[in-house]
Write a protein that binds this ligand. Sequence first.
Ligand code: SAM
Length: 305
Amino acid sequence: MKEAGLTQPRLTLVDGGRVGAATFDEHAATYDTVALSAVGRVFRDRVRNHLAPLLGPGARVLDLGCGTGLDALWCAEQGCMVTAIDESHEMVATTQARAEACSPGLVEARVGDVGRDEFGGPFDVVLSNFGVVNCVPDLGDLGLRLTNAVVPGGTIVLVAMAPLCPPELLEGAVRWLRHPSRRVPNDHLLRRRRGAAGSAAERAAAEGSAVESAAAERAAVSGYEALNLRYLTASDIVEAISPSFDLVAAQAIGTVLPTFEQRRVVDARPGVLAALSHVDRLVSGPAAKLGLGDHHIVVLKRSGA
Ligand SMILES: C[S@@+](CC[C@H](N)C(=O)[O-])C[C@H]1O[C@@H](n2cnc3c(N)ncnc32)[C@H](O)[C@@H]1O
């Protein structure tokens, strides 16, 4: 998720650390302002509707890229045993603190790399909410590691940022009509693979040189721009993660709903948000097929039960 207008201090990577972890460390303290906004809750509820029937006392849940632990804690509240992984130390610390306060003994939060780690298990349910899989370079490899970690008949719910987001395109069009001479930000055109700056910073860190390159600095002033990510449709995910998983559902969120960055448009208009949310649900299936939406939810079942 990106947050327009946030400014960051310079990126500082130590011991070859990843730009993604550094970026999310910076945002851990303020992350919930966006995540718990009115539109953030609508997005999250749509994902939880898929999860709720799968959860219950004793279910073993893996939360990949747990962030501040909002979903991990929610799963624990349903009686699940949760393993929560994130590459950001600050995010993991926040999840741990929440878990100790609300559900002691039910959540194990640890630092880890979803792009590389073996996950252990076995797990009945795996969740990866809001853009974590966009940061994973090899989804096929993630699929193999999930095959090892999920019981036959188990379910994975992956939520990724999609490439063609109508509310952003609309915003881009309005901006352009108002100020035709100004450059429209890339995200208000077709969402594109990001990350040149992030990769440059990571390479510099790996080589042991200073990370404060011009590229990293440019990245650092524009919120989440440093992340090395690619946008994915539901079909991209299904193609990469099969053959050990069968598709249960693919839906778009945010075909007509404002994005997290546009949340202020509906913050004080619950009626408008409810109406848009209703329409958004109605078009969620066809929109996912067309590659439209802010995020795509993909629900897959491990074959061989
Ligand atoms: C947009 S946040 C989503 C957090 C949480 N899932 C939620 O629903 O609020 C993305 C999270 O993924 C984590 N992340 C990104 N790439 C990762 C990776 N390769 N390994 C582990 N965590 C990663 C980030 O640190 C961040 O906490």
